[in-house]
Design a protein around this ligand. Structure first.
Ligand code: PLP
Length: 405
């Protein structure tokens, strides 16, 4: 709820708080309409259609305990709240909590658990996720099992009496492995564990983990949600009031919050998510198809290819396949040769922006994962990863063609 307020204009006109014009939780309102309007309202002071960037650390109070619901900006900031409500609506959730990065978000989620708690994680998660669990949180007494989550039975087999959470990333980075969300959600329910899903790669435009029983859905907003490679952020969404109470407490108590400008950039990004994702998807499909024809189906990993071992699950659980493609080049030398030749794609970490990027997971995003572990997972020295942007497909294909010539 927005705090109650009556605004008195310079001419004496009084106006009560306007609620958002589009009711955020009304999912009969289309995705693209909610992307643009949910969580926002015309500015009370001026009617400005864009959410102001509230650059303030504190809020003036009328008396002791008398305030507009805003006391200190670590706890609440109106720009941040607009983003939180907006993404909550897109995911089909109720409560949103924005953080200073995807990792800050996950670290805060993990603060819901205590020393001695056991958490099951997919084995091929984002490198930074594995690093946070393995190098930091393990020191605080949290126990982790990393499993091949392509097979839900392996998740079920890993459940212990002290299992408190199951965390899945699907599709995974960079091997594009899928987890059957409904099957794992069943396992989580049976074992009384919270089911947490990293939905960064698919975005709510293509995949809705809450419809499959997730309890928390989180994102690196740095990627597709913001979509313009100009900020770092994270966000966690839930439908549960109980989880929301805990996350809100942690958000304020631990304080990994985003600034208002970054919140505003992400909010600006989500307004075009429904326009960008179909283009990432169609560009991704066309490039994956070309690559599979040129290099062989076994060298190209993309859930939209019929040759992907989990293509049927991808079709069932996702509405599109997105713009992420991994390619096996055989050796680091060959990978490097090709990487250097790209002209439209830029060699850089990260993904999900409007511009196309290409990267080398073993030395970039997954450098924090030890080499033998990488090898075991299949993140070879020859693997390269493409994030297909929203440029013209003819130019992207021409770039890929000349690079692989
Ligand atoms: C980038 C990424 C993260 C981490 O987010 P940051 O914003 O970089 O901290 C987590 N999960 C996935 C899938 C990512 O791609």
């Amino acid at each position: 709820m927005w705090p109650e307020a009556t605004l008195i204009f310079p001419n004496g006109h009084q106006q009560p708080t306007q609620m958002t014009r589009i009711f955020d939780e009304d999912l009969s309102v289309g995705f693209g309409t909610r992307a643009i309007h949910a969580g926002q309202r015309p500015d009370l002071l001026s009617g400005a259609i864009m959410t102001p960037i509230y650059t303030t650390s504190t809020y003036v109070q009328e008396g002791l305990g008398e305030n507009k619901g805003y006391e200190y900006a670590r706890g609440k900031n109106p720009t941040r709240e607009a983003l939180e409500r907006n993404v909550a609506s897109l995911e089909g959730g109720i409560h949103g909590f924005a953080f200073s990065s995807g990792m800050g978000c996950l670290d805060s989620i993990m603060k819901m658990f205590k020393s001695g708690d056991h958490i099951i994680s997919g084995e091929n998660v984002y490198g930074g996720t594995f690093r946070l669990f393995d190098k930091i949180l393990q020191n605080y007494g949290l126990q982790f099992s990393f499993v091949d989550a392509r097979d839900p039975q392996k998740v079920a087999d890993a459940v212990k009496p002290n299992t408190k959470a199951i965390l899945m990333e699907t599709p995974t980075n960079p091997l594009m492995r899928l987890t059957d969300l409904s099957a794992v959600s069943e396992i989580a329910k049976k074992s009384g564990a919270i089911f947490i899903v990293d939905n960064t790669f698919a975005t709510p435009f293509f995949q809705k983990p809450f419809e499959h029983g997730a309890d928390i859905v989180y994102h690196s907003t740095t990627k597709y949600l913001n979509g313009h490679s100009d900020m770092i952020g994270g966000i966690a969404i839930t439908k549960s009031d109980d989880i929301a109470t805990q996350l809100q407490f942690i958000q304020n108590a631990a304080g990994a919050v985003p600034g208002p400008f970054d919140s505003w950039l992400a909010l600006r990004g989500t307004k075009t998510l429904h326009l960008r994702m179909p283009r990432h998807d169609s560009n991704g499909r066309a490039i994956a198809k070309w690559l599979a024809e040129k290099l062989g189906e076994d060298k190209v990993i993309y859930p939209g290819l019929c040759s992907h071992p989990q293509h049927e699950l991808a079709k069932k659980q996702m509405k599109g396949f997105g713009g992420m493609i991994s390619v096996e080049m055989g050796t680091k030398e060959r990978a490097n040769q090709v990487l250097k030749k790209f002209r439209v794609f830029s060699l850089a970490e990260s993904l999900g922006g409007v511009e196309s990027l290409i990267s080398h997971p073993a030395s970039m995003t997954h450098a924090s994962v030890e080499q033998d572990r990488r090898a075991k997972l299949g993140i070879t020295e020859g693997l390269i990863r493409l994030s297909c942007g929203v440029e013209e497909i003819d130019d992207l294909l021409a770039d890929v063609e000349q690079a692989f010539a």
